[in-house]
Design a protein around this ligand. Structure first.
Ligand code: SDX
Length: 424
């Protein structure tokens, strides 16, 4: 392959260097483009533009490949814990037994929130969306953020604290919206089991079932990173302005909240409820999803990058069967979701557009079966995504990146004069 691209524009010829990644992805380095030609590239949604070089996650949308620091998601999902995967994403290697033991103990010791954060949560309206509360608390935690270089148990102390505290924040937000007393973190419980305890202790959803906690831990792993998705790119862009870690994560939380992104897991359940209201008519739903005059979309289907199966959806679908049978529930929504998937995968509209189930299609069914209300689903996504966000924030700042500042093509009015009020 040539090691450069040749661009001809306005009678000029510009040779642009190529950069090739470790998985042979090719990028055209256009750093000199505007200086040399006065032109910029135009790529709304950045579908063809690489914003950075990254070593955190590799995914191949055509082949349905997803690897964290080179390790396939299928292997991590079957053998690692969420804490191990968090260490892998943040440090680049899996922890040794000693490192993991030290990390585990330190994480357990930092689960309590500062009192101001507890009071902030209690001050929120009862009907606050938990994602709004999560963003607010993360922005406020910037006030107790230490120096970036401070380490504890082998990790940046700030990262350790946020990893330890996000389940507590999530549980307290939920219990506040339900009018329930808060349940303090239990330092004797593993990560996911502690979260479930803080969420549901004393309610009809209380569980001490290790298989349920392990299923949730697996779901956190599957959501832990996904290269330059909307929310991660937001964290990197905000971090490039040298905004602090917590503040940058708060921005990522609000980006994830969007129903086209992480908010889709809530939108899937709302969509399935709508289909149930139409008699569970799969054909009606597929027809609505294809109808350009309808706002109905098959939420949980399609992806900016995956044009094949999302490997996470394949794993979560199996988990949905396991968790629901474990709970003794034959959730009619799961049957409906499978029917929708079957119908869509054999429909020319979806086949032609390469629309497959994504990570959000089945996860909400599991969350709901565990007792989580739909408003908490994207918070669960955020808990899983936090180590990925922080790994990318580190990578962007470690590289001393310039502040992110895309250009534009102006299509507004040309220069014109001000008109006095009495002449308009
Ligand atoms: C996540 O980027 C990441 O990595 C994200 C994520 C992560 O881990 O961070 O993987 C998590 O965000 C997963 C995606 C969750 N979102 C949803 O499930 C929402 C439903 N899906 C879509 O809205 C859509 O598929 C997107 C937003 C996911 C992707 O949109 P694109 O790539 O911009 O595609 P598009 O909107 O341009 O659609 C292309 C065509 C259009 O039809 P035509 O105009 O060509 O006729 O496909 C159609 C769309 O109408 N289409 C759908 C559809 N998704 C796309 N039609 C019906 N139902 C859908 N879900």
């Amino acid at each position: 392959m040539a090691d450069q691209a040749v661009l001809q524009i306005n009678g000029k010829t510009l040779e642009l260097p190529l950069i090739v990644g470790t998985e042979k992805e090719v990028g055209i380095d256009i750093a000199v483009l505007r200086d040399k030609t006065g032109a910029v590239t135009f790529d709304p949604g950045y579908g063809n533009s690489g914003a950075c070089e990254s070593a955190v996650t590799f995914l191949d949308g055509e082949l349905g490949i997803l690897r964290y620091r080179g390790i396939p998601i299928e292997q991590l999902a079957g053998h690692a814990s969420f804490l191990e995967v968090s260490w892998l994403l943040l440090k680049g290697e899996l922890p040794t037994a000693a490192e993991l033991a030290q990390f585990d103990a330190a994480e357990k010791s930092h689960r309590d929130l500062p009192d101001f954060a507890v009071q902030l949560i209690k001050s929120l309206p009862r009907n606050v969306h938990p994602m709004a509360g999560l963003a607010a608390v993360f922005a406020t935690l910037s006030s107790v953020e230490g120096p970036t270089k401070d380490l504890e148990a082998g990790l940046a102390a700030n990262e350790l604290r946020l990893l330890a505290q996000i389940p507590t924040i999530a549980a307290y937000l939920y219990r506040h919206t339900e009018g329930l007393d808060f349940v303090a973190p239990d330092k004797n419980k593993a990560y996911a089991a502690n979260y479930l305890n803080m969420m549901f202790k004393g309610t009809k959803f209380e569980t001490n079932d290790a298989d349920i906690a392990n299923a949730l831990d697996l779901l956190f792993i599957l959501h832990a990173d996904h290269e330059q998705n909307c929310s991660t790119s937001t964290v990197r862009l905000v971090g490039s302005a040298q905004a602090g870690l917590s503040a940058s994560i708060a921005a990522g939380v609000t980006a994830l909240w969007g129903p086209l992104h992480g908010g889709a897991n809530q939108a899937v359940i709302e969509m399935l409820d709508e289909v149930v209201a139409h008699g569970g008519d799969v054909n009606w739903a597929v027809a609505q999803a294809k109808d350009k005059n309808s706002t109905f979309r098959l939420m949980g289907f399609g992806h900016r990058v995956y044009k094949n199966f999302d490997p996470r959806a394949t794993i979560i679908k199996v988990q949905a069967d396991l968790v629901l049978s474990r709970l003794g529930k034959n959730d009619k929504q799961l049957a409906l979701a499978k029917g929708l998937e079957e119908a869509a995968l054999h429909d020319e509209y979806f086949i032609a557009r390469k629309l497959y189930p994504n990570v959000d299609f089945y996860s909400g069914i599991i969350y709901r079966a565990l007792g989580f209300p739909p408003g908490m689903f994207t918070v669960l996504f955020a808990i899983g995504r936090l180590p990925g966000w922080m790994a990318h924030w580190n990578e962007h700042n470690a590289g001393k990146a310039k502040i992110g500042r895309p250009r534009q093509i102006y299509i507004g009015k040309n220069a014109r004069d001000f008109v006095a009020l009495n002449k308009r």
